[in-house]
Design a protein around this ligand. Structure first.
Ligand code: HMG
Ligand code: MG
Length: 304
């Protein structure tokens, strides 16, 4: 087993995290969260999504947030774009990367983006082309690669099928997502192996929600397979509005703690990251979901 010396984390908290919040989060708070994340050393931040405000009202301030953030050189700002309408709106905000998001399960595709997997690929194709023509990086998120809230277990063949379609339309990098956090390491391994039939390891990231407390174990499995990119969410914020009961992504702080403890560099200052997490937790009036952040925060204040 050889482990990488450096791992790249994308903090998806401002998007995957906040999209699921019932209470309106002001644009200024979202911007402040992005600023704190970049100050903590995050080099890739998923800021918002250009989806229908009727479907996800929390992301309706996408353009305002993108216009308001003070960008740092070397940081990649990503946004979700489900169709050309979203892409054209996003383009005005000059994202560094756009994310098209499909599903390995038909039922989730219908619930989340109101179309079949095949139709979603037809919609993504011109978006991907337009982005690449504009010099914008393209990532694909693959939802439900181990389990679906509507269909149950998802076979690796479904993942390979979706990865092949994503590859066919020019998506450069794909995220293997466990949308509802039901996966265990062997299942995640199968989903990643299925993805490897179309993408090299360097173009695959792990995106693990932590509903069943498996996300850190799944991250370690992916890491041992050679995956070096992970989507994580500060304080473990979030979930998907179309995956009821699913909790947020694995907390960025927990992954950073694990990686640094293993001697793997992330470029992230864990103390500053904890402060970013405490900032948004205070706003939401909710404790952080990160075990490491809570433990380190307590030690900071009470000694241990
Ligand atoms: P639709 O209703 O099929 O779209 O929605 P449509 O093309 O038929 O248009 C209907 C209306 O929506 C029209 O407005 C359009 O203008 C508008 P009306 O004429 O009725 O006033 N519309 C839009 N408005 C703004 N931005 C757009 C846009 N497109 C159409 N881009 C659509 C299709 C995809 C838009 C819809 O289903 C939608 O917005 N879904 C939200 C999906 C979403 O954001 N889900 C959460 C993110 S995915 C996720 O969390 C999973 C991930 O983390 C990985 C994982 O964990 O699995 C990525
Ligand atoms: Mg997600």
């Amino acid at each position: 087993m050889s482990l990488p010396s450096h791992v790249q984390l994308i903090d998806v908290g401002p998007r995957d995290g906040l999209q699921n919040e019932k209470q309106a989060v002001p644009a200024a708070i979202k911007m402040e969260l992005v600023h704190r994340l970049q100050d903590a050393g995050l080099k890739n931040i998923e800021v918002t999504s250009f989806v229908s405000p009727k479907w996800v009202p929390q992301m309706a301030d996408n353009a305002e947030v993108m216009a308001g953030i003070k960008r740092q050189a070397g940081v990649r700002y990503s946004v979700l774009t489900p169709n050309l309408q979203g892409f054209e709106a996003a383009l005005k905000s000059a994202p560094d990367e756009i994310v098209v998001f499909g599903s390995a399960s038909e039922a989730f595709s219908q619930k989340n983006i109101n179309c079949s997997i095949a139709e979603s690929i037809e919609r993504f194709a011109p978006v991907v082309q337009a982005a690449l023509n504009a010099g914008i990086a393209v990532r694909g998120a693959m939802s439900c690669t181990v389990g679906c809230p509507y269909e149950g277990d998802v076979a690796p063949e479904r993942v390979a099928y979706l990865a092949g379609l994503m590859h066919g339309i020019g998506v450069q990098h794909v995220g293997v997502a466990d949308t509802i956090g039901v996966g265990t390491p062997r299942k995640v391994q199968d989903a990643i192996e299925a993805t490897l039939t179309h993408y090299p390891l360097s173009a695959i990231s792990g995106h693990f929600h932590d509903t069943y407390g498996q996300a850190l174990a799944n991250t370690l499995m992916a890491l041992q397979m050679g995956v070096t990119h992970f989507d994580t969410s500060v304080t473990g914020l979030g979930g998907c509005p179309y995956a009821k009961g699913a909790t947020g992504n694995v907390a960025t702080e927990d992954v950073v703690y694990m990686l640094h403890g293993m001697g793997i560099d992330t470029g992230i200052d864990l103390d500053k990251l904890i402060d970013a997490g405490m900032f948004i937790s205070q706003f939401l009036q909710r404790p952080s979901q990160s075990r490491a952040a809570n433990a380190l925060f307590a030690r900071r204040h009470h000694g241990a």
